[in-house]
Design a protein around this ligand. Structure first.
Ligand SMILES: [Zn+2]
Length: 154
């Protein structure tokens, strides 16, 4: 896709998150707190995609997504690919992969969970089954849909 390639190459340094399923782009912008800094961000919503019909794309200048952020990204956009750009070149390109567990990132939605009162890092195990992606709290052992998850305030 030449037009797509152009978008990737147009930045000197940063990250291009591609192949996000249409509709998830805005959520990812918020989740990764991409709007909190003053980096230039280009967002494409409902772009035509060969494989999924439509896709969202996010291009952030001067910010290289960490591996931790890439695995958080996988929870909300399992089909996404991450391109790390340096010196106008794609230095690193990979498909995100779903982590088996996530520590210290998500707040447990259960207000009776011990992690809400004790100072312990939350731990969620990810389970992908017929019901879709579910996150199981290690402490209260309740299952949650990813849509109800929020981030621990640091
Ligand atoms: Zn819990």
């Amino acid at each position: 896709m030449p037009s797509n390639k152009l978008m990737v190459e147009a930045i000197e340094k940063g990250t291009v998150i591609d192949h996000i399923h249409a509709g998830a782009g805005i959520k990812i912008l918020r989740w990764l707190q991409l709007l909190n800094d003053h980096d230039r961000i280009t967002v494409g919503l409902n772009l035509p995609s060969k494989h999924h019909g439509y896709k969202d794309l996010i291009k952030v200048e001067n910010r290289i997504l960490t591996d931790q952020e890439a695995s958080e990204l996988a929870i909300f956009a399992p089909e996404a690919t991450v391109n790390r750009i340096e010196d106008y070149k794609v230095k690193d390109k990979f498909a995100v992969s779903l982590p088996k567990r996530v520590t210290g990132v998500f707040l447990c939605p259960n207000s009776n969970c011990i992690t809400r009162t004790e100072k312990v890092a939350t731990l969620f195990k990810l389970e992908n089954n017929k019901k879709g992606l579910r996150m199981k709290c290690h402490y209260c052992e309740k299952h949650f849909n990813r849509e109800v998850m929020s981030k621990v305030a640091f």
